[in-house]
Design a protein around this ligand. Sequence first.
Ligand code: RIB
Length: 296
Amino acid sequence: MTRVLVVGSINMDLVTSARRLPQLGETLLGEGFATYPGGKGANQAVAAARLGAQVALLGCVGNDAFGRQLLAHLEAEGVDIRRVATVDGSTGIAAITVSGGDNAIVVVPGANHQLTPSHLDAAEQAFAEADVVLTQLEIPLETVRHAALLAQRHGKPLLLNPAPAVALPEALLQSVALLTPNEHEFLTLLAQPDADWRAQLAERPGKLVMTHGKHGAYFALKRGELRHQPGFEVQAVDSTGAGDTFNGALATFLPLGLEEAVRRANAAGALSVTRHGAQGGMPTLAELEAFLGSKA
Ligand code: RIB
């Protein structure tokens, strides 16, 4: 059982659905509204836990009703929440509009921005106990850098999902064992204008996986060969959380080797879009195995 430590955000997703996404300055009548547990850190933690990993989450919620609901939910999903701090202020939220499988998201970080390096220091033992450390960019960058430092100190691979994308210091990029941008984040982070993205993947063999929505994922093996893991065909209803499912699964299956981990993560990501809510379609291990079996 892979032991995954997730250092990341916890949000309540406030989701409206509409026939189409509104244009700038436009008011649109929506078709539905629901709240769902979300946040990239929490989503990735739940994805890994459903797939059988032993998961601990390091994060912050606010001292409010959303915070209490989210903690209860994470605990019910089997995530170890002993290192999630409840701080003064509001829990993070994401205002999401979903339309025809696509989405637009505005995140208000709230308590997530109170996750400091000192929280990580207080929980350093969790780094020692993990097989892999997984983080994203919805928490302060200095906290992400500190997570990288602690992962390095304990000799644990750091998987960084650079979402939402910002330019990252080269020292941080160098300390990451595996970077997992989607095609947009890849451009923000790495690609030089007019650069051949295949060459850029090949420059970081075994250290970079670029996801590309329903097209699947691209990566270079340690010996430099480029690989494309094609996407799986599914009926998409809500793509929110697909990347998080991919990342949680990738961390869980990393001990099986990069190629197999990407194949399984791709399948888990595909299944995740077949139900509403960021975590709604995340498969259990049995569901993932049945899906892969049906495609064999
Ligand atoms: O990746 C999807 C997540 O991004 C949502 O759950 C939302 O909370 C935002 O953090």
